[in-house]
Design a protein around this ligand. Structure first.
Ligand code: GGG
Length: 351
């Protein structure tokens, strides 16, 4: 039994999580998995009506009563300081110590990739983004705020413990999944302290995995190479902010953000799954949001919960929908969010 908490959140979050839920229910009907689900209202509406972002009580329930969280998106123009998004999404990552942000970018249908005409084999990259340190801890502040002499400081952190565990997770994953190479993305030439630690730890851990190729690149050169010769990359491990940027780039190269799932993990413990995309307030209510990133996040949820057959069924259904032309406008079709979700759910239920 997988106990799933749903946090649809803001913007298109509720629209895509509705389809994720439909697919979970289809997998249950097909006898592939057993679940319980409970929906939480947290997001901008909840903040504006109650003043609460994510209370300690709710956090404790999410930690103690559920195996997995499926989150849609957080971010709303009515909350310009984004405090609820930080408390909900970053808060859950930090407080549950979900140190791996696993972001696979796989070409599911060649024609959807902007690299379709290039003479490269399909891009198939997995980004291991460190999820608890870097610039994201909120450390910093303002001096003389609102004056012409304002100073803003944001501090980036790397701990040996934090770097080592994500680098080790990336190598362990490469070894067990038969992935040929792990590449570190950093900027050690310009930012020697934080990225110097990353580079040293990466080299030390790499020596323990002689069966996995390894190399370290400066992030600017890596971004360029990712577009020019993507097949040289397999697993990319990197710091929080760089991982956010590189995984968006990889997602676009693979076919678009509408297809990009992610998992926030601490192996053997809690997990939070979410589409890589944000709340997209500009398309709310138009029926054009692509539910596939959320549905593929459901596949990751099933896989990590040990329901392999359910995970494969969901992936097959997504691939079949794209091949059959059941696509939302971002990937060249005319299907609505619900039409795509219903088609995929039916496919999952039928087998
Ligand atoms: N799908 C969750 C979401 O809203 N993502 C957008 C976002 O701003 N994410 C921040 C991050 O991944 O660091």
């Amino acid at each position: 039994m997988i106990r799933i908490a749903l946090i649809p959140g803001d913007g298109i979050g509720p629209e895509v999580v509705r389809e994720g839920r439909r697919v979970i229910e289809a997998a249950v009907r097909a006898g592939l998995v057993e679940v319980t689900m409970e929906e939480f209202p947290h997001g901008a509406d909840h903040l504006l009506s109650t003043g609460e972002t994510l209370s300690d009580e709710t956090f404790a329930r999410l930690r103690d009563e559920f195996d997995a969280i499926l989150l849609g998106a957080v971010g709303d123009p009515r909350v310009p300081d984004n405090r609820h998004a930080r408390d909900i999404l970053l808060g859950l990552r930090f407080r549950l110590d979900l140190f791996i942000n696993f972001r696979p970018a796989t070409v599911r249908l060649a024609e959807l990739s902007p690299l379709r005409d290039a003479e490269h084999r399909p891009l198939d990259i997995e980004v291991f983004r460190e999820n608890t340190e870097g610039f994201y801890t909120g450390s910093g502040g303002f001096l003389r705020q609102g004056t012409p002499h304002e100073v803003a400081i944001s501090e980036s952190f790397a701990t040996r413990y934090g770097v080592e565990r994500i680098v080790r997770a990336a190598f362990e994953h490469a070894r067990t999944r038969g992935r040929p190479r792990v590449t570190l993305a950093d900027k050690a030439n310009a930012v020697p302290h934080v990225y110097g630690l990353w580079r040293r730890v990466f080299q030390e851990v790499a020596e323990e995995y002689p069966d996995v190729e390894s190399d370290a690149r400066y992030v600017d050169a890596l971004a360029m190479q990712l577009v020019r010769v993507p097949e040289q990359f397999s697993v990319i491990v990197t710091e929080n902010l760089l991982g956010d940027i590189l995984s968006d780039l990889a997602a676009e190269l693979a076919g678009g953000m509408g297809l990009a799932p992610s998992a926030n993990l601490n192996p053997g413990r809690h997990a939070l799954y979410e589409p890589v995309h944000g709340s997209a307030p500009d398309i709310v209510g138009t029926g054009t949001a692509n539910p596939v990133a959320t549905i593929l996040s459901v596949a990751l949820l099933f896989e990590h919960a040990g329901a392999e057959a359910a995970a494969r069924r969901v992936e097959e259904a997504v691939d079949a929908s794209l091949a059959a032309g059941i696509r939302t406008p971002d990937v060249g079709g005319t299907a609505t969010t619900s039409e795509a979700g219903i088609w995929i759910a039916d496919h999952v239920a039928r087998g």
